[in-house]
Design a protein around this ligand. Structure first.
Ligand code: NAD
Ligand code: DAO
Ligand code: ZN
Length: 370
């Protein structure tokens, strides 16, 4: 079939909206009509050329929601008409990783996904001239129709709006999951969240959901304060306005350091501040941000000797087919909010404007509606 897609032809160039060919599903694959997709910082990271694993030409996008329109042989858990959210972290439920409760990093299709290919090692997308176009993170939601392995699709309820629940495909789950699954924050915790963008705001609402007593937000952009306060931030710190040592300031503000700190900036200097502002003896610092290629983190080992620990999380530690439908329920039941974070909506033809808004720091999430 033919479909419309925004193609990343090369690093550093705007996406090109064009018609492409999409081949039918092979064994274990599903064709999804994407109804809406968020534009995430990680798409920008890859498009900019900063992602060492970025491949071109490719159809980016990994934060979508849509409807199953066709299934290939051997697909058993999905049928035409099902509503789904594609998962860049699949859940096969049979690999060594899926069987270990300590991780959500299913590895069953990891190598081909990383090469921009379906599990059989080929791509379903080609240009109208027949040249291959690569998939991205197993999702490619910047296409109106895409092919996704069955194990990388969460089936969700049909009354949930696509233009909001697409955000659960990355930002919402990553932020809330970092609190619930990775930190397992307890009621009454004190926490510090560095970076109040699309991920950090969801860490904040995750902390509110978990019953944290103090939620300190740290950002160099004070325009983030209003939204973060709405989602549960109790204290705001702009590092540019702190005289002296930021760690000492944050430790004093949290009465000895935070039980949990979260980096949602991707800046390695911020990651160090986050680790060192965690409480002596038990504070945990969770890295969510993806740092530039080749960047390294450092601290004095004595920070760890004295009981702080450094951890990381991908997709909020969520097992997508199991956890994502539950997060959609939380949204539909009013337990979490999404709507205020969708600050801009546009058609596929205007997708590059969504990237511009992100560069300018004017959006939390832009959503493309097909
Ligand atoms: P964003 O650009 O919307 O937000 C980043 C925020 O950090 C902004 O508000 C910015 O002002 C703030 N910031 C920048 N430098 C700062 C500094 N020195 N001190 C304090 N605040 C600072 O980005 P986002 O979409 O929220 O993504 C955040 C990070 O999370 C990115 O690195 C992204 O790639 C990563 N991410 C990780 C996962 C995962 O599974 N681990 C998933 C999605 C995104
Ligand atoms: O299993 O080796 C692996 C990689 C899993 C990918 C996890 C990616 C999480 C961070 C990227 C940001 C996603 C938007
Ligand atoms: Zn698995």
């Amino acid at each position: 079939m033919r479909t419309r897609a925004a193609v990343a032809t090369q690093a550093g160039k705007p996406l090109e909206v064009m018609e492409v060919n999409l081949a039918g599903p092979r064994s274990g694959e599903v064709v999804v009509e994407i109804k809406a997709t968020g534009i995430c910082h990680t798409d920008e990271f890859t498009l900019s050329g900063a992602d060492p694993e970025g491949l071109f030409p490719a159809i980016l996008g990994h934060e979508g929601a849509g409807v199953v329109v066709d299934v290939g042989p051997d697909v058993t858990s999905l049928k035409k008409g099902d509503h789904v959210i594609p998962l860049y972290t699949p859940e096969c439920r049979t690999c060594e990783y899926c069987l270990n409760p300590k991780t959500n990093l299913c590895q069953s299709i990891r190598s081909t996904q990383g090469q921009g290919l379906m599990p059989d090692g080929t791509s379903r997308f080609t240009t109208l001239d027949g040249d291959p176009i690569l998939h991205y993170m197993g999702c490619s939601t910047f296409a109106n129709h895409t092919v996704v392995p069955e194990i990388a699709l969460a089936k969700v309820r049909k009354d949930a709006p696509f233009d909001k629940i697409c955000y659960i495909g990355c930002g919402v789950t990553t932020g809330i999951g970092a609190v619930i699954n990775t930190a397992k924050a307890e009621i009454g915790s004190r926490a510090i969240v560095f970076g109040l963008g699309g991920i950090g705001l969801n860490v904040i609402q995750g902390l509110r959901l978990a019953g944290a007593d103090q939620i300190v937000g740290v950002d160099i952009n004070p325009s983030k304060v209003e939204m973060a306060t709405r989602f549960g931030m109790t204290d705001f710190v702009n590092p540019k306005e702190v005289d002296g040592d930021l760690v000492a300031y944050l430790v004093a503000l949290t009465k000895g350091g935070a039980d949990y700190t979260f980096d949602a900036t991707g800046n390695v200097d911020v990651m160090r501040t986050a680790l060192e502002s965690a409480h002596k003896g038990w504070g945990e610092s969770i890295i969510i941000g993806v740092a530039p290629a080749g960047a390294e983190i450092s601290t004095r080992p004595f920070q760890l000797v004295t009981g702080r620990s450094w951890r990381g999380t991908a997709f909020g530690g969520a097992r997508g087919r199991t956890d994502v439908p539950q997060i959609v329920d939380w949204y539909m039941d009013g337990k979490i909010e999404i709507d205020p974070m969708i600050t801009h909506t546009m058609g596929l033809d205007d997708i590059n404007h969504g990237f511009d808004l992100m560069h300018q720091g004017k959006s939390i999430r832009s959503v493309v509606v097909y």
